[in-house]
Design a protein around this ligand. Structure first.
Ligand code: SF4
Length: 640
């Protein structure tokens, strides 16, 4: 048995993923090698790499201003894809291994690859290498800030953002506002733009749509163009992204694009889509499927919804049929009027009727095909809600293919597991390659978790358990009196309960922060205030993911309650009954996302406290699907 020449301890070899082994002794950090089937080969490579090479080992994540020579001995690519790694970054061993596994998976014929890799691994550089290897591709992220991060780090990526981010030139012209910043401030954004102006006959006598003069046609945009002053910014950046080889989209814009495949077909022929934060993909897709009936539509169709038991499928179908017929009749009338006097027809109205007709006809078909798959939520008595009835499928598997058109798809997340991901998406597990990073790149001591076991917290908890938990939170705040921190819980109402139970001194430090806030402040506004105030503490039910509280922005985190999804949502309730793994997996992955909010780099550190004893039951139930990188902090050993 070969031992470490320096510390003389055994060099331990363990499996990493499907084609790789990890080698480690007592004095060095782990190194990764292709699995040859013989552990001694890996030990030999380990010794060679660490002790027979006089040059120091490469420090991970060192940003270099000059391109890295691929011929330096410490950086010999171990896969073809690695040759496409961003040239200003030295790839870490872990990134090299992930790329190697991706390459092996591609060679084995996999078209869909799921990568579970914790914060700090450098997933975006991995994604860039994959996209460049394929020569073109789409990047899809969850938020604008992640989109900005991508384009800041990789200037060849073209960002495509939603209409709300751009000033509408047509409204500006009408309102005589010439400053784009002011226009946005006044709300003159492209969301409100009247882009379609009517129809006219072309030279062949065919009706064609007339668009706003600021909208440059897609056919006139090339990847070497620049924007002109009279180009609508929204459409220009969208088309520029489409005609470029690499673009970065948010989920909503990208899925909309996929749904308009026929319009953009020519530009959707890229090889790969790289989905970031892919654990939340179901929530993104569900927004595009099913149907909502608004109160306005019911009024327009003169339907008294109170006369129907809308939760019964037959009665729901009756309502949908009436609505389909109504819009069908309106379309026929407008078209007839158009033949007589085209000018008198409101084309925008016609477009809306056509879209409603299509949506209701599709919904009727889908419900008839699989009536048991639809969950109906009746909000007719919720007067603050503009949606009256919402109809969503329980299983999205019949719809997902519509959203994935490129030949290859790469799904990346710090909190994803193959089994529940495949179950949710309806993917055949045997067709998915799964790469699970074996450990966090950050030291264990920097991201420790303390379980405080203050009892199980639920709606049925005795008052003394609830008050004991809040008292403990108060003690922790006092213990960290001079530091900024984060308290995460599962609902807005629980945030207020916690706040009420704190001492006056600690109460002053709290900033309640949700995705939408009553005082009109955005989440970012509140986080900015937090960063500027000494010992400030964020208390939130929504900051479980998508926020970076690095270094002094947060030195402690308190998980006040296990964040099960609310069973008040009928779809969640039904999914929980039919797919218990889905319910638990969503909850544990949210917690793991929460663990990462305050530890953002190798030198960063924060302590996490878990108040709710329910976590143990949840971890026991889900340990087989918990990514390996979290096993150490959760005390999970030897999961088979
Ligand atoms: S094309 Fe652009 S500028 Fe014209 S109305 Fe639409 S959003 Fe406004």
């Amino acid at each position: 048995m070969k031992t470490c020449p320096k510390c003389k301890s055994e060099i331990k070899i363990s499996k990493f993923g499907t084609h790789t082994v990890e080698a480690k002794c007592n004095c060095q950090k782990a190194r990764y090698f292709t699995d040859s089937g013989n552990d001694d080969d890996a030990r030999e490579s380990y010794i060679r790499k660490l002790f027979r090479n006089s040059k120091p080992s490469v420090q991970p994540s060192t940003i270099k201003t000059e391109p890295v020579s691929k011929s330096t001995p410490q950086n010999i690519p171990i896969s073809k894809i690695e040759e496409y790694f961003p040239t200003n970054i030295v790839p870490r061993d872990i990134q090299k291994q992930i790329l190697k596994e991706i390459e092996t998976s591609i060679k084995s014929g996999f078209k869909k690859i799921v990568i579970s890799a914790p914060t700090g691994v450098g997933k975006s550089a991995v994604g860039v290498a994959i996209a460049k290897y394929f020569k073109d591709g789409f990047f899809i992220t969850k938020s604008k800030s992640l989109q900005d991060q991508y384009t800041r780090d990789y200037s060849f990526l073209r960002p495509v953002k939603g209409k709300s981010n751009f000033e509408c030139l047509k409204i500006m012209e009408k309102q005589k506002v010439d400053d784009p910043i002011l226009a946005k401030e006044l709300g003159y954004t492209c969301e409100k733009g009247d882009c379609v102006e009517g129809t006219e006959k072309n030279e062949n006598g065919k009706d064609v749509t007339v668009f706003c003069r600021f909208k440059r046609p897609l056919s006139n945009v090339t990847s070497t163009d620049t924007q002109n002053v009279d180009d609508c910014s929204y459409y220009f950046q969208k088309y520029y992204g489409l005609v470029s080889s690499f673009s970065v989209w948010n989920y909503s814009a990208f899925f909309q694009l996929m749904q308009n495949e026929s319009v953009f077909k020519e530009h959707l022929q890229k090889k790969v889509s790289i989905f970031d934060e892919a654990h939340g993909i179901e929530d993104q897709i569900i927004q595009f499927i099913g149907i909502n009936i608004s109160k306005n539509q019911l009024d327009e169709c003169q339907i008294d919804i109170g006369k129907y038991d809308i939760l019964e499928i037959d009665e729901l179908l009756e309502v949908l049929n009436i609505m389909r017929q109504f819009y069908g009749t309106q379309i026929a009338e407008l078209e007839k009027r158009m033949e007589v006097d085209k000018e008198k027809v409101d084309v925008k109205l016609l477009g809306r009727f056509e879209s409603n007709f299509k949506n209701f006809a599709n919904a009727i078909n889908e419900i008839n095909n699989d009536p048991g798959n639809f969950i109906i939520q009746d909000s007719t008595n919720d007067y603050a809600n503009s949606v009256s009835v919402s109809i969503k499928p329980l299983r999205i598997s019949n719809y997902v293919e519509d959203f994935f058109k490129t030949e290859y798809q790469i799904f990346m997340s710090a909190t994803i597991d193959k089994k529940s991901f495949c179950e949710t998406m309806g993917f055949d597990e045997s067709e998915i390659a799964f790469i699970d990073t074996p450990k966090s790149p950050f030291p264990y001591e920097h991201r420790q978790v303390e379980f405080l076991d203050m009892g199980i917290l639920s709606a049925k908890s005795p008052p003394e358990v609830e008050s004991g938990a809040i008292r403990r939170i108060d003690e922790l705040l006092t213990k960290h009196a001079d530091e900024r921190g984060l308290i995460l819980t599962q609902s807005k109402s629980r945030c207020w309960e916690i706040l009420r139970g704190l001492s006056p001194e600690n109460k002053k430090r709290i900033r309640i922060c949700h995705s939408t806030n009553n005082d009109g402040k955005t989440q970012d506004d509140i986080i900015d205030e937090h960063r500027k105030n000494r010992a400030s503490v964020l208390l939130s039910s929504s900051l479980w993911e998508g926020v970076d509280l690095k270094d002094e922005d947060s030195r402690f985190q308190i998980i006040a309650k296990v964040p099960y999804k609310s069973l008040g949502d009928p779809r969640v309730r039904e999914k929980m009954k039919k797919f218990p793994l889905w319910y638990d997996s969503q909850t544990i992955m949210t917690i793991l996302q929460g663990f990462g909010r305050s530890i953002r780099s190798n030198d960063d550190w924060a302590i996490t406290y878990v108040i709710d004893s329910k976590i143990h039951e949840l971890v026991n139930k889900t340990q087989k699907i918990i990514p390996k990188a979290y096993h150490d902090v959760l005390g999970i050993e030897n999961v088979s």
